[in-house]
Design a binder for this molecule. Structure first.
Ligand SMILES: NC(=O)C1=CN([C@@H]2O[C@H](COP(=O)(O)OP(=O)(O)OC[C@H]3O[C@@H](n4cnc5c(N)ncnc54)[C@H](O)[C@@H]3O)[C@@H](O)[C@H]2O)C=CC1
Ligand SMILES: O=C(O)C(=O)Cc1ccc(O)cc1
Length: 367
């Protein structure tokens, strides 16, 4: 049987994670291309792909499906490079870029009639970069946005979804404009704010050198994303700069209003402002609302219990309960306090609570 050849161009965090989940599919020859030979050789050595190519044109001529997992600006360059080639077989093309408009505009102008493009964006990642951080389960339960082109058919869409099914992501079809507008609000602009808060703390540190030691959970939570890959985010801000500029203008206005409320001592209005924000934020995690599936969380107090993480995981594994996500919430600097376990369903959440309570762990489920 002739195997379908799938090319991942860009074997970093996202490309490597896609490769690790796609390689589960039988009857696929998975090949990789990257501008960095170390990433390529690491992928081959660790069995992440079957074969590696040092040149894009050689690799893409072999492929039936190709996914660009390169920085957004490089994806545009690779599409241009593809236009220079003469393809002999049909090619289904996709990408993973965090901003869609420029990539989709470029893709609509692909010259070869052999190529069909469908844009993609898995809405999950991490602040890490590179193939060494790739994980097969990175996209589990995340939204995976797919953006059709004028030429792409329902059959092409099904073919791409079938390839991406092992990621266990949830597909959502959006056009480039709505995608870029929404992601600017919930991903790109918050990143800018996180970075600006870090700069503010750094300035104040000149006056109060003790500030970093004081930076507690709240500051760490809200600024976590400021530790992400600056070169990737520069690309994202630049490609979505119209939306970023508009949001910045909105934000500055909002900050001016807040400053007036603070300066004039409007306690009631400030409380209303905080309550409205809390209600909306609490609603985001509701099991019923939103496009993103939320988890069933269980909080476990493991304060002062050495090796507790392993024990907890072991206890639940013994009962065949699968944990979707584990997070250690650092309540105080250097002290491990609370473990947040996330489950796929209420039943697992409740059984786990019963098991752990029976083993003398203090647990809590948020209502
Ligand atoms: N990091 C994240 O959390 C997420 C990132 N994305 C998107 O995924 C894409 C890749 O990001 P990451 O995997 O995080 O970055 P990364 O830095 O981990 O990987 C990028 C890879 O592309 C390679 N590369 C760079 N220029 C190239 C070129 N001209 N030709 C071939 N390979 C080239 C690099 O050597 C590297 O291996 C970006 O478009 C980003 O917007 C999407 C969702 C989440
Ligand atoms: O680390 C996080 O919380 C993220 O939000 C990761 C992320 C980064 C870029 C994307 O386009 C999508 C997801």
């Amino acid at each position: 049987m002739v195997k379908q050849t799938v090319l991942i161009a860009g074997l970093g965090l996202i490309g490597g994670s896609l490769a690790l989940s796609i390689k589960e599919i039988k009857g696929i020859r998975l090949i990789g291309y990257d501008a960095d030979r170390h990433a390529l050789e690491y992928s081959k050595m660790n069995g992440i792909v079957d074969d590696i190519y040092y040149q894009f044109d050689k690799a893409v001529l072999e492929a039936d499906i190709c996914i660009f997992a390169t920085p957004v600006s490089k994806t545009v360059d690779l599409i241009h490079q593809l236009n220079e080639l003469t393809l002999e077989k049909e090619l289904l093309l996709s990408d993973v870029g965090s901003v869609k408009s420029l990539i989709m505009n470029t893709a609509e102008k692909i010259t070869s009639d052999k190529v069909t493009f469908i844009g993609g964006h898995p809405m999950a990642g991490s602040h890490k970069r590179g193939i060494q951080s790739a994980k097969a389960h990175l996209f589990e339960n995340a939204i995976y946005v797919l953006t059709p082109t004028k030429k792409s058919t329902a059959e092409d869409m099904e073919k791409l979804k079938a390839l991406l099914t092992p990621t266990k992501a949830k597909f959502l079809i959006l056009d480039a404009k709505e995608h870029d507008e929404m992601t600017s609000v919930i991903s790109h602009f918050p990143h800018l704010v996180a970075s600006s808060l870090v700069h503010q703390a750094r300035e104040w540190q000149k006056i109060h050198p003790y500030i970093p030691k004081l930076a507690a959970g709240g500051f760490r939570d809200i600024t976590r994303i400021a530790s992400s890959n600056p070169s990737m985010w520069k690309d994202i801000f630049f490609q979505n700069r119209d939306k970023m500029s508009r949001l910045l203008a909105d934000w500055i206005e909002e900050m001016k209003k807040l400053k007036d409320l603070i300066d004039s001592g409007e306690k009631t209005q400030i409380q209303t402002y905080l309550e409205q924000a809390k209600d909306y934020r609490d609603g985001l995690d509701s099991k019923k609302k939103g496009a993103i599936l939320s988890y069933y969380d269980l909080y476990v107090d493991i304060f002062d219990q050495p090796g507790a993480l392993l024990k907890v995981v072991h206890l639940l594994a013994e009962h065949d309960i699968s944990i979707n996500n584990i997070e250690i919430l650092e309540i105080r600097e250097g002290i491990t306090g609370v473990l947040r376990l996330s489950f796929q369903n209420k039943n697992d959440q409740q059984i786990s609570q019963a098991i752990l309570s029976k083993n003398n762990y203090e647990t809590m489920i948020e209502e």
